[in-house]
Write a protein that binds this ligand. Structure first.
Ligand code: ADP
Length: 266
C-alpha cells in the first residue's frame, strides 16, 4: 500500500524524536495502558515533550483514559501530503486506533490493517520534536510488535506485569520476544503493577493480593532493571475511567509514577 511506500522511502522516520519507548505486557488487564498514560503525563510534568501512540487494537483505552473519546484528529494537507495533527491532552500528544473507529463499534482489525495504522501513526502524524514517544502495544506478541521494530528505531521496551503467576508466565514470553534477533529491542526494565494493596484505615499494612515480588524475580531472571512497583489503588482505577490520570493528583500515586518517570529518564 502507499503507506508502506511512504515508510520505506522516507527513512529514517521520526528523526526529531529522541526516545521511542514501547510499553508491553504479556497478558491483557495487567495495567499496561494505565501505566503508559500515567507515565506519559509524569514525563510531561518533568518538562519533557511527550507523545503517546495507542497501538492496542484489542482495546484502545487511551482515548478514555485521557478523556478525549470520540475526538477526531484534524488532517492538514501540505504539498499534496496529508498530515494528521495529534490530539493534545495533559501536555501529551496522542494518537489512537480508537480515534479511527466510532465509539462502541466492534471493528475487527486484521493484522495487516492494524500494522498499516501503526505505520501511519508513525509516518503521517505531525509529532514535531519529542523527547519521548511511548507506544502502548497490544498484549502478548503480535504483528504490531514486528511492524514497530521494522518501522522505527525503538530505544527500549518497558514490561508491565502483575506479580501473579499467569501474568508472569506471559510476561516472560513477552520479555524473551524483545530479546530475539529479529526484534532485538533493549528491555529497559520491568514494572510490577498491582503489587499490593494498603487500606486507608491500615496505612502500615500491605496485602499482596496477586502474590509478592513476582516482577522483581522476573527482572532478576532476565538480568534487566526492576523499575518499580505500583500498588493497587482505587483512585488509579477511577482516574482511568474518568479520563484524568491519577498522576495529576497529589499523593502516593503521583510519587510512584513520577519516580518511575525519573528512573526511565536516567
Ligand atoms: P491493560 O492495558 O494491561 O489491558 P489497563 O491499563 O486497561 O490494562 O487496566 C486494567 C484495569 O485495571 C483498568 O480498569 C484499570 O483502571 C485498572 N488498574 C490498572 N492498574 C491499576 C492499579 N495500580 N490500581 C487500581 N486499578 C488499576
Amino acid at each position: 500500500t502507499s503507506n508502506v511506500t511512504t515508510v520505506r522511502n522516507n527513512a529514517p522516520l521520526l528523526p526529531q524524536v529522541k526516545n521511542i519507548i514501547a510499553i508491553a505486557s504479556g497478558k491483557g488487564g495487567v495495567g499496561k495502558s494505565t501505566c503508559a498514560s500515567n507515565l506519559a503525563v509524569a514525563l510531561a510534568a518533568t518538562g519533557a515533550k511527550v507523545g503517546l501512540i495507542d497501538a492496542d487494537i484489542s482495546g484502545p483505552s487511551i482515548p478514555v483514559m485521557f478523556n478525549v473519546e470520540g475526538e477526531q484528529p484534524a488532517v492538514k494537507n501540505e504539498n499534496g501530503k496529508n498530515t494528521i495533527i495529534p490530539i493534545e491532552q495533559y501536555g501529551v500528544k496522542l494518537m489512537s486506533i480508537g480515534f479511527l473507529t466510532p465509539a462502541d463499534s466492534a471493528v475487527v482489525w486484521r493484522g495487516p490493517m492494524a500494522s498499516s495504522a501503526l505505520k501511519q501513526f508513525i509516518s503521517d502524524v505531525e509529532w514535531g520534536e519529542l523527547d519521548y514517544l511511548l507506544i502502548d502495544l497490544p498484549p502478548g506478541t503480535s504483528d504490531i510488535h514486528l511492524t514497530m521494530v521494522q518501522t522505527v528505531p525503538v530505544t527500549g521496551a518497558v514490561i508491565i506485569t502483575t506479580p501473579q503467576k499467569v501474568a508472569l508466565a506471559d510476561a516472560t514470553k513477552g520479555l524473551s520476544m524483545f530479546k530475539q534477533p529479529q526484534i532485538n529491542v533493549p528491555v529497559l526494565g520491568v514494572v510490577e503493577n498491582m503489587a499490593y494493596f494498603t487500606p486507608d484505615e491500615l496505612p502500615d499494612n500491605k496485602y499482596y493480593l496477586f502474590g509478592k515480588e513476582g516482577g522483581q524475580r522476573l527482572a532478576k531472571k532476565f538480568d534487566v532493571p526492576f523499575l518499580g512497583e505500583i500498588p493497587i489503588v482505587q483512585s488509579i482505577r477511577e482516574s482511568g475511567d474518568t479520563g484524568y490520570p491519577a498522576v495529576l493528583k497529589e499523593g502516593t500515586t503521583k510519587q510512584a509514577f513520577s519516580q518511575l518517570a525519573e528512573t526511565l529518564a536516567r
